[in-house]
Design a binder for this molecule. Sequence first.
Ligand code: ADP
Ligand code: MG
Length: 677
Amino acid sequence: MAGVVRTIPDKCRRCYTCVRYCPAKAIKVEEGQAKVIEERCIGCGNCYKVCAQSAKEIKSSVAEVRDLLAGPAPVLACLAPSFPAAFPDLIPGQIASAVRALGFAEVLEVAFGAELVGRAYARLARERPDHLVITTPCPALVAYVEKYAPSLLPNLAPIVSPAIALGRVIREKYRPEARVVFIGPCIAKKQEIDEPSVAGVIDAALTYLELRQMWDEAGIDPASLPPGAFDGPPPAIGRIFPVSGGLLKTAMLRGDVLENDILVTEGRDNVLEILKTLRSDRDALEVRFLDVLFCEGCIDGPAMDDRLSIFARKERVANYVRSTCTPEARASFEAALEEYGSIDLSRTFCDRSIALPVPTEEEIAEILRQTNKFTREDELNCGACGYDTCREKAIAVYQGLAEAQMCLPYLIDQLEENVAKLKLFQRELRETQDQLIQSEKLASMGQLAAGVAHEINNPLGSVLLYADLLYRELPSGDPRRDDLRLILDEARRCKSIVQALLNFARQNKVLAQATDVNRLCRETVEEVERLPLFEKVRFLWQLDPELPVIRADPAQLRQMLINLLNNAAEAMPEGGTVTISTRHVSAGGDGVEISIADTGCGIPEENLPKLFTPFFTTKPIGQGTGLGLAISYGIVKMHRGSIDVQSKVGVGTTFVIRLPATLPVGEDTGEVAGGRI
Ligand code: ADP
Ligand code: MG
């Protein structure tokens, strides 16, 4: 595994919490997964700490340590000073015994390195009182300055961390032939031990969690072991180093709230804030000695057992310090200091800054537009994406670190829009289904009607023929002539019903010719408006002057228009208006749309599905046959068109007819009928 932290594929659930907590913008969201960018990562472990899904994994050094232990050289374990707080169930001596049980030759306390480092800081503060010194035991802080605040490199204290200090003691004097393994709460240590100016001092960095894993795998129960002693040079007050302000205490520097020259600050936000301030203006603050850590002391490190609160951890460390500070211990500490105090603790830093492309204002605006942010007010800065502001996120998108779509308010809007669209689709689907059922019903009815009509047509023709013959043969004045007249009238009425049924069943031919629908409408209205039924009807016109001439049967269309106009007039016994509109339509093929809207009584919703069914009528017997709409429907269908109705009771009814501009070859006879149109 490259890098010290990585995302476990598919465990990441897109909460963007790690993006929010990463101080280095080292997390890139790609295909919904938050990936750690190795070159940008500073190893602070924030992402590991905050991930509720446990989707972050720390690079394991267990195999490496096992190899060292299996090798010929003695392996020395260097326990970070936070160890008394790392295992709530163990006392410090048991930890030493359990580490030794794994095969380590010796177990040393890194706190001795902290003693040396503390003294180096005291010297530095004395020697350069006017120079701003930033402390460097926190490897994440060092990496941050090297990568993102290189202008502060001259201010980094050129002093190694306590772990490296102890490592150098071992290498140079204490046991040069040994291999050294650091064990602590820190992830960044895994990076630090390979940095050029300190590389080769520590062979591997193990976390407390990995140590626990090794015990488990080796079947060691540390709680059952008797407490053992530590090896190597003994520390004293330096054991307090992992607690907030521990460096000052070890270096015997005093931070006073009334004095501004020494400042201790910790945690991602504070560290970023103070570095930003100092970067823009070194003299913005009076501070001259700045102790900064990404965690709240090393006892808050990412690989600490978090069953104990930070306060309980501090107490454990302090108790350990007090219990070990005896006069005898003090004497052996002084002796060790005498022996190893001259070890070189210096180190250097390098500029490892990574420049990211900076977008122009227009490029930022363009990215913001992708999530519907057009004005300042649209930028909600809700932080759900992991960035403090929409602008910061847009910049991250430009830099390839974030995805434009990771915007919660935008996604909610999208979701609502999609739900609305889905509802619309569902409604359309339902309507289409209803129409399909309706047209299938009408089609089967048409078949029945056509069958009956055909069967009746011939005998009816005979009735008419012979009744007419008889009528003509009888002399005028013969009383039987009246009966025959009645037979003839009724038979003709039957004939027209049969004709209507054949129309409905689309059994008639379309005699297509070039038809000017506007003209046809005008002429039909001219014809009907003289009738008494239309006395109180006012006509309004909205005819499209650009309406194309279509191929249609004008006589049939005229019939259809008359049927619709009759219904409109009958729906407005007290009078009203009929608006006739036409319009050129191109969606779904070139064609025309005719709409006939009245201000009549309207049609109750329950009647709508029955409208085009033959013999459906709401009119009294003798007034309505219920065939007008059925015929119109047949005519429209013969023209490959559609007829729809919208109606509101008490408001009015609109019939909308769509006709294609041309008829399919085969149905268009190509004839141009003579006559009025
Ligand atoms: P009819 O007019 O002989 O009743 P139609 O097929 O022409 O038969 O019409 C069927 C029924 O549809 C009518 O009886 C009426 O209830 C209803 N209808 C049709 N057009 C309208 C309209 N414009 N306004 C109100 N109701 C209408
Ligand atoms: Mg009618």
